[in-house]
Write a new protein. Structure first.
Length: 201
C-alpha cells in the first residue's frame, strides 16, 4: 500500500481544546445540532446536510474511503460536536490530498477552531503523510470561505468553471487553492502565530 494511503487511515488528533476523530454514525445527533446552530443547510454555497439527511451524510462520507477520510470536530471540554472536516481527493501516486468538506456551527466560526483544525490537518499531511501539495477548494460565491483560505496562506490556483452542482440545482464555479511542502514551514509559523495571538480564523 502507498505510504500516503497507509498513514492517512483515520486517527484521532487533539490541539488547543479541539479533537478530530473519525466521523462515525454515533456523531449524528451532535452533527445535527451543529448544523442547526445557524441553520447552515439554508446556505446555498455550502454542503451542510439538512437535519433529516445527517445519517446519510455520514454514511456517504464513510463509503468514500480511501479517497476521503472524514472527521468530527469535537470540543474536548464539553464533548460537543462543532462541525466536520475531511481529507479528500487523495491521490497517492502524486502525493497530493485536499482538505475540505469543512463546516462549523455558526457560534464556532471565526474562532480558534478552524486554525486549530488546519494546524492538525496540515501538519499531519505534510509531516507524516509526506504530501507534496495540499489543495483546498470552495464555491466561487462563498467569499467568506475564500477569505478564510487566503488567510491560511494558501495560493489561489484558479477557477474551474461549471464544475459542480449546488444544493439548489445550479452549477457552481469552483475556486481552487493550494500550498506546497516547501511553503509549509512559513505557513505553519503563521498559523501558530494566529493561534497564540488569538487572531480570528
Amino acid at each position: 500500500m502507498n505510504a500516503l494511503l497507509e498513514n492517512i487511515a483515520p486517527l484521532t488528533m487533539e490541539l488547543n481544546g479541539v479533537r478530530l476523530e473519525p466521523l462515525a454514525p454515533h456523531h449524528a445527533d451532535g452533527l445535527r445540532a451543529a448544523a442547526a446552530d445557524g441553520e447552515l443547510w439554508t446556505l446555498r454555497v455550502t454542503s451542510v446536510p439538512e437535519p433529516e439527511e445527517v445519517e446519510s451524510y455520514i454514511a456517504r462520507a464513510i463509503e468514500m474511503r480511501p479517497s476521503r477520510f472524514a472527521y468530527a470536530v469535537i470540543d474536548i471540554a464539553s464533548g460537543a460536536v462543532m462541525g466536520t472536516t475531511s481529507y479528500h481527493d487523495v491521490m497517492p501516486a502524486i502525493d497530493r490530498a485536499e482538505v475540505g468538506y469543512t463546516w462549523y456551527a455558526k457560534s464556532r466560526q471565526r474562532s480558534h477552531v478552524n486554525t486549530s483544525c488546519k494546524i492538525m490537518m496540515l501538519t499531519h499531511a505534510f509531516e507524516t503523510l509526506g504530501c507534496a501539495l495540499v489543495g483546498l477548494r470552495t464555491d466561487n460565491y462563498n467569499h467568506a470561505s475564500q477569505a478564510a483560505i487566503e488567510r491560511l496562506g494558501a495560493k489561489r490556483d484558479g477557477v474551474l468553471r461549471h464544475h459542480a452542482l449546488r444544493r439548489d440545482g445550479t452549477v457552481r464555479d469552483t475556486v481552487m487553492y493550494s500550498m506546497t511542502r516547501g511553503e509549509w514551514p512559513e505557513i505553519k509559523a503563521h498559523l501558530w502565530y494566529k493561534l497564540e495571538t488569538g487572531a480570528k480564523r
